[in-house]
Design a protein around this ligand. Sequence first.
Ligand code: AMO
Length: 440
Amino acid sequence: MVDGEKPAAASKEVRPGSVKPELDGQRVAIRGWVHEVRDLGSLVFVVLRDRSGLCQAVFSRKGADANLQAALDGLTRESAVRVWGVVKVAPQSRMGVEVRGDGLEVLARAVERLPYEVTGKVPASMTTRLDHRILDLRKPANTAIFLIADTLFDAIREYLRGEGFVEVRTPKIIATATEGGAALFKVDYFGREAYLAQSPQLYKEELVTVFDRVFEIGPFFRAEASHTRRHVSEFTSVDIEAAFMNYEDVMRVLEGMVVHVFKRVLDERRRELELLGVSLRPPRTPFKRITYDEALRELEELGYEKSWGGDLETPDLRYLAKRHTGFYFITHFPTAIKPFYIQPDPSNPSVSESFDLMYQWLELASGGTRISDPSLLRQRLTEQGLNPESFKHHVAVYDYGMPVHAGWGLGFERLLMVITRITNIREVILFPRDRFRLTP
Ligand code: AMO
C-alpha cells in the first residue's frame, strides 16, 4: 500500500458502480466488498462491489511495496476494503473501464472459507440461500430487488400523500381478531392473551373520523398453515382508508398508485431491472373490472364449473388468468364470504361492495366500501359468529359520527413480485418468516 503518501487526500471518493469511462485518468478511492479475486501472479484482478454495482481494479505486483504485496496475498472474498488507483478506459475488460490500483487497505477481513458463494457461480437451493441470507442478499441481482423495494416505498408514500392521505401507525399487539380467528398468533401479554395484528383494519376505519384519509405501511402477521410461494407469516401491508369514498373511488386510487409506482421504478431503477432481466411497461388504466358473477360465467365458458357462493380459489384463479393476463379487479363477492365490516350492496345484499386486485392469478389487494351504519355492523358481527362485546370500543366509534368510508389492503411483497417477476415471495423479503422458518 502506498500508505506513506496517503493518496486518499488527492483522490476522489467514488462508489464501485460510478467507475465509468468518463472518469478516465482520474485518481479515485473506492470502498466496497471484494466480489472476486483473480491472482495471475504478476497481475491481481480485484472486483469490488457495493449496492451501486461492480468495478474492477487491477494491481501489478511489479513495483508494489511490501504492504500492498501482503494485502494482495491475503485478500479474501467479501472482505471490506478500500482501494486507490487511477481510472483507465479498458475496452478489453467486461466493464469497459478499470482502476489501475496502487493501494489497498483491508478494512474488515472476511474468512477464507465462506459458507456460501456470493457470485452465484455455484447454484444454491432456496433453503441454503435463506440460511445464509446476508451473503445471498449481497448477490447483485438480489440487492437489486430491495433497491426496487426502496423506490416502491417512496413512490407509494409520494402518491398517497399527493392524494391527501396521512401516514399513521397502528398497534401490532391487539386484543381481538379482525380478519377471522384462524390465522392469529397468540402472545403472552403480561399474563393476558393478546395477538399479533393481522391488519390495521379497525384502527384505520376509526382514524378516518380524525384525519379523513389515512394510510399505513407496516408489518402484519398471519399464522398461515399453508406453505405456498405467496404466503408468509409476516408480510408488509399497504393499507388505505378514506372517509366519504366508496369502493369505486378507492379502486381508482389503487390503480393510480400502481401506475405511479411502475413509472418511478422505470425512471429510477433501470440498472436494477436489467440485473433482474425484467422489461417493464406501466399498465394502462382503468384496469379491467369483472364481477364475481361474471368470473363464474367466464369459468363456465372455459369449461370449469364453480357453484355460486364459494371464494375463488387458486385453481379458479389460474383458469381466469387465461383470459386476464395483467392487472384486473374482481368485484361484488358474496357478502357471506367477506369480513363483517364489508358493506353489502344495497340493491342486492347477497353480494358486497368489495373487490380484489389481481395480477394474473395472484391476488394483490382486497378492499371495499365499509359498513357505516352501527346497527348493521352489530348485525353482521353476530351473523359472522363474532361477539359484539369483544368489539365494543370499535362499535362505539360508529355512534360518534362514522361517515361512508372505503379502503383496501395491498400486499407490498406481492406487488414487488409482480414488478421483479420473482415467483417466490420469500425472495422479495429480506428475512422471511414462514411456518418452517424463524431464523436468521
Ligand atoms: P386481506 O386479508 O385480503 O385483506 O389481505 C390484503 C392483502 O395482503 C396480502 N396478504 C399476504 N401476503 C403475504 N402473505 C400472507 N400471509 C398474506 N396475507 C395477506 C395479500 C392480500 O391481498 N383488511 C383487509 C384489507 C381491506 O379490506 O382494507 C385485509 O386484510 O396481497
